[in-house]
Design a protein around this ligand. Structure first.
Ligand code: HEC
Length: 92
């Protein structure tokens, strides 16, 4: 009987260890991905961007151009999405 609370405690601790690194370490990137999927697929497909390879400067210029067309991203979302795009769809 005494084992049950112990197991529950262990489960909570291990859950923390599994969840914490994911939500802290890659917050910037997962935010960038979320912004990208939410804001960049409304006028054209996400593949429009996914099929491109650009460096950071070029992605920033692209995102700024999209903002002029009507994409609504604040500064934080802009840098998150540029970071995500540069990392995943950057020039090798
Ligand atoms: C308000 C509508 C709209 C939104 C929102 C939008 N785009 Fe676009 N996008 C366009 C239009 C229109 C074109 C085609 C004309 C052009 O290339 O200027 C385009 C073209 C593109 C291209 C191909 C041209 C190039 O420069 O490589 C890429 C890549 C792109 N968009 C990425 C994005 C990204 C990333 C986002 C999110 C930050 C985004 N778009 C959000 C309207 C939009």
């Amino acid at each position: 009987m005494r084992k049950i609370p112990c197991l529950a405690f262990a489960a909570i601790i291990s859950a923390l260890f599994f969840v914490a690194p994911v939500s802290f370490a890659s917050q910037g990137e997962s935010q960038g991905k979320a912004v990208f999927e939410k804001k960049c697929g409304s006028c054209h497909g996400l593949d429009k961007a996914r099929s491109k390879k650009k460096n950071e400067k070029e992605w920033l210029a692209t995102v700024e151009r999209m903002k002029k067309k009507g994409a609504s991203l604040n500064d934080e979302e802009t840098s998150a999405v540029v970071e995500y795009l540069t990392k995943n769809y950057g020039k090798k």
